[in-house]
Design a protein around this ligand. Structure first.
Ligand SMILES: Nc1ncnc2c1ncn2[C@@H]1O[C@H](COP(=O)(O)OP(=O)(O)O)[C@@H](O)[C@H]1O
Ligand SMILES: CC(=O)OP(=O)(O)O
Ligand SMILES: [Mg+2]
Length: 415
């Protein structure tokens, strides 16, 4: 039987896995995800291509992404209707999304050497790389014959100019400690660039975009002639826009006024994962969860918000995004092919898209409200919601797919 490719996207609160056929473009065979690992009970979504989506709340206690991954893999291997993937021998490769890739500009195959290198990087991004590395360790142990390939969120941004990636601090210390802007969500931006360029029928190297990836982690990227020239996240995914539990940009001095324990190890740190109290607060106890009590933006992005705090959370996100759109529009000299909405919130919240588009009227941006309200069909990768074609930048929704992007590049390189 033909081998398949497994793509794994591990986040702090969710694990998504997809099996693909080994051909280009790859076709999804099955898709499974567990969300709510940090807010039990965990929720399972499972779908074999062509069949209906199955959803359930799980009784099992799955407290880590590794547990969730093990559960998902077993579930797929044991499914009698999923004969294409029944055991290790059906897998050609496993692709892993790793958020922080340091100086890596491309994907790497995992061996002892590259694994050590990634372990060294973990200190720079413990909150974001830990789960992925744990899952890679598990795969090497339990599926030893299948090569693991890592894809990095940061790699797409290696084209940012020096004056964008450099923080104005002592450069000896900066270089010794790798303290610079890296940027993230790059696997998603790479998928979006290819899909949108194809949709616009333009070569990638002639495509200029302002792309928003707005999910529980949110960032925005400016792509000039097919290359990232700036993005809102920085040394870590904390910088830039606020998220579900992340503060986004604040005055760095704030942490010392917030708590005198800022630099101490967080009580939630473990032997394997060293994080400071300040990092814990700004990454996990801030954002719209801190403002409203919910991490679900669908409860915040509503016409009549249930409280002033919900309205404030919405207005803050809109304001911070607007700041970047203005900045990036100017960086592109106004030559913007499209403003693109992506990520769980960007793809689903018609209200956020409408609010931002109205505030960007002066840039020639206008949307068709019916198309915007309807949003994309399940199988529609790019949807045009602009009004008055030809005047200002197009406004598009792109249903991004990080797992597909990894499988696509994995297979392209190896077939
Ligand atoms: N209809 C909706 N309106 C607004 N936000 C939504 C809607 N549906 C889902 N979301 C939000 O999308 C976010 C998840 O996006 P996603 O990109 O999957 O996140 P991540 O990959 O960072 O976990 C959640 O905050 C969820 O509340
Ligand atoms: C980089 C990052 O923030 O990822 P996510 O949105 O998946 O949390
Ligand atoms: Mg995500």
């Amino acid at each position: 039987m033909a081998k398949t490719v497994l793509a794994v996207n591990a986040g702090s609160s969710s694990v998504k896995i997809t099996f693909y056929t080994f051909e280009n473009p790859p076709k999804a065979i099955a898709d499974a995800q567990i969300s709510g690992i940090t807010a039990p009970p965990p929720a399972l979504k499972f779908q074999r291509t062509g069949s209906t989506k199955h959803q359930e709340k799980l009784q099992e206690k799955l407290s880590t992404p590794q547990d969730a991954f093990k559960y998902l893999l077993k579930r797929c291997f044991d499914d009698p209707e999923l004969s294409e993937v029944a055991s290790e021998s059906d897998l050609a490769y496993i692709c892993h999304r790793v958020v922080h890739g340091g100086d890596y500009q491309d994907s790497v195959e995992i061996n002892d050497d590259t694994m050590h290198h990634l372990e060294a990087l973990e200190d720079l991004a413990p909150l974001h790389n830990f789960s992925a590395l744990e899952i890679i360790r598990l795969c090497r142990k339990e599926l030893p014959s299948v090569p693991s390939i890592t894809f990095f969120d940061s790699a797409f941004h290696h084209t940012m100019p020096d004056y964008v990636r450099t923080y104005p601090i002592d450069q000896t210390i900066a270089k010794a400690n790798g303290l610079r802007k890296y940027g993230f969500h790059g696997i998603s931006y790479s998928f979006i660039l290819r899909s949108v360029a194809e949709f616009l029928q333009k070569p990638q190297e002639k495509t200029n975009l302002i792309v928003m990836h707005i999910g529980s982690g949110a960032s925005i990227c400016v792509i000039k002639e097919g290359k990232s020239i700036d993005t809102s996240m920085g040394l870590t995914p904390l910088a830039g826009l606020p998220g579900a539990t992340r503060s986004g940009d604040i005055d760095p001095s704030l942490v010392f006024h917030y708590t005198s324990d800022a630099g101490k190890l967080s009580p939630t740190a473990t032997k394997e994962m060293h994080i400071s109290t300040a990092e814990e607060i700004l990454n996990k106890k801030s954002g719209w969860k801190a403002l409203t009590g919910t991490t679900d933006f669908a409860e915040i992005a509503v016409e009549s918000p249930p409280s002033e705090a919900h309205k404030l959370a919405f207005d803050i996100l809109v304001d911070r995004i607007l700041g970047y759109i203005g900045n990036y529009y100017v960086k592109l000299g106004g030559e913007v092919d499209a403003l693109v909405f992506a990520g769980g919130i960007g793809e689903k919240s018609a209200l956020l898209r409408r609010t931002l588009s109205e505030k960007c009227k002066s840039l020639g941006i206008a949307i068709d409200s019916e198309a915007n309200d309807k949003g994309p069909e399940d199988d529609e990768t790019v949807k045009d919601i602009s009004k008055g074609a030809g005047k200002g930048p197009r406004v598009l929704i792109c249903q991004t797919n990080e797992q597909f992007e990894m499988a696509y590049h994995c297979i392209r390189k190896r077939s």
